[in-house]
Design a binder for this molecule. Sequence first.
Ligand SMILES: O=P(O)(O)OC[C@H]1O[C@@H](O)[C@H](O)[C@@H](O)[C@@H]1O
Length: 297
Amino acid sequence: MQTLPDLAEYEITGQLRFVEKSAGYPVAQITHPKASGEIALHGAHLTAFQPAGEKPIIFTSSQAIYTEGKAIRGGIPICWPWFNAHPTESSFPSHGFARNRFWNLIASQANEEFVELTFELPTQGTEIWLPQSTRTTLRVRIGHELQLELLSENFSNESITVSEALHSYFCVSDSSQVSVTGLDQARYIDTVGEQTERLQSGDVSFSGEVDRIYQSDATTHILDKNWNRIIKIQKSGSGSTVVWNPWNEKAADLGDLADEEYHDFICVETANAHDKSVSVPAMGKHLCSLIISAETL
Ligand SMILES: O=P(O)(O)OC[C@H]1O[C@@H](O)[C@H](O)[C@@H](O)[C@@H]1O
């Protein structure tokens, strides 16, 4: 695990610095003329993104826990190399192991448009979950837009099935007042209650628990009329879009989310899940990427 002295070489005066959120838990703080943000080394987990002069775009829970082995509630957890429950091993951690470990920062740079950080997931100790030789890197670019690129490289001589999500929590005025466009006519698996397959008709809105895996590679938008804002979510290398809000009862069960905070976010996740899991061929690679931006209505 990298300590503050290890990270000093990546600092960029006035734009990128490292502090400890809690003892032994470093985070990168970005203050660029175009945007500010924060990324924890734990999980390479972005916890804040705010373009200059605008409202925050990424939500993180007021009750989030910053400790090794525990995923941060909110931000953009990197769910990898499987999404939700492991397909065969029920004892394996939900949403994979990448979000529960410290990553290493391997590069940083800045220019007039953005600050960019590149992280690599250490493989030591992960063989019990993924024995094949792999390299996983995340490039995060913070500017007027937020860009994420998750690259999975397979160095073994067999193919590997990966499911994944850039599990983005977006700040909204009120989850019951916003809608997600771009999924009309998409097939989805509704995982609330008994799992069913459905077809989306119109925009997605929220008036109760929503937990759906859409088959879609389309750009989506979050329309937030109260805040006069539309958030654009562009993606590539992603065949699924997961839409999630726990609503009141499930939120009350989540110890790291305040009871009323389910009003303050919705998740629209850039994913490859379920039957859109990806086969990464022997000596091959797969790139899943995301660009988030906001405009005034
Ligand atoms: O509580 P976790 O493990 O962070 O997961 C949160 C949610 O993540 C979503 O992506 C899943 O579709 C939900 O089923 C899940 O409840």
